[in-house]
Design a protein around this ligand. Structure first.
Ligand code: PEP
Ligand code: MN
Length: 264
């Protein structure tokens, strides 16, 4: 269902505020986690002013340690929705379990399936049935074919509103980058599938100063959108502190990637 052989045209995903895919370039940005109402309300205004049309923010967080901040749950979703509505933005947020789909559905426009759940097939089937766009992140060590098969689980439920998110894969060397952004993989996904392809340079790099070069590389390779973590005070962030951009760092990046996209 996801193959260009049978569906040569790019899939365009229509949301309340966006047309994602095709020639469009969609900027999605916001904090790793929704931490409180004031921060997400303020960030919604700032990312919108910089050119974002979708706000991200985690309410259910897949943390490596169970002792780290796990997210605000439905309270966070309520803050996120209110902030988005004030600014006329779509919402993208992660669901980690089947139960969270029904909780999150009234608050979100796009369900994010995180890297750690890329092959959680029951979750993929359930989100496929939920009737909203799904952004599927590449698994930590997933091949392109494994990712396309994961997308197929969603599509097989009758939901072709799928975005493929390249967020870096594990390699033998994580000394300087958290993951390795598979730039070639972005070009391959564009070739093999008709779904919109999105680059997440934040989780790929793990370091704020590497986000801009990876975002630009991803867009040059054909990404039709970017998903970037932005926080007012990254050093104090409750998750992913090292990789979040300030609004002042994020705004010029949007300008630069839009120029690159316009050249393609
Ligand atoms: C996130 O988007 O904050 C996240 C946890 O991403 P990933 O699943 O790519 O690690
Ligand atoms: Mn994060």
């Amino acid at each position: 269902l996801g193959s260009r052989v049978f569906h040569p045209e790019d899939t365009i995903i229509q949301t309340a505020h966006n047309r994602i895919g095709g020639q469009q370039f969609t900027v999605m940005a916001g904090p790793c986690s929704v931490e409180n109402q004031a921060m997400i309300t303020d960030l919604a205004a700032k990312v919108k002013a910089a050119g974002a049309t979708v706000i991200r923010g985690g309410a259910y967080k897949p943390r490596t340690s169970p002792y780290d901040f796990q997210g605000l749950g439905e309270t966070g979703l309520r803050y996120l929705r209110a902030a988005a509505d004030q600014q006329g933005l779509d919402v993208i947020t992660e669901v980690m379990s089947i139960d969270e789909i029904a909780v999150a559905a009234p608050y979100t426009d796009i369900f994010q399936i995180g890297a750690r759940n890329m092959q959680n097939f029951d979750l993929l089937k359930a989100v496929g049935k939920a009737g909203k766009p799904v952004a599927l992140k590449r698994g930590l060590a997933a091949t392109i074919d494994e990712m396309l098969n994961a997308a197929e689980y969603i599509a097989a439920q009758g939901n072709l509103q799928i975005m493929l998110v390249e967020r870096g894969i594990r390699s033998f060397d994580s000394t300087y980058t958290r993951n390795v952004l598979d730039v070639g993989g972005i070009a391959v996904l564009r070739k093999l599938s008709h779904y919109p392809v999105i680059v997440d340079p934040s989780h790929a790099s793990g370091h704020a100063d590497l986000v801009a070069p990876l975002a630009k590389a991803g867009v040059a390779a054909g990404a039709q959108g970017m998903l970037v973590e932005v926080h007012q005070d990254p050093a104090k962030a409750l998750s992913d502190a090292a990789q979040q951009l300030t609004p002042a760092q994020f705004a010029p990046l949007v300008q630069q990637v839009q120029q690159i996209h316009a050249l393609l």
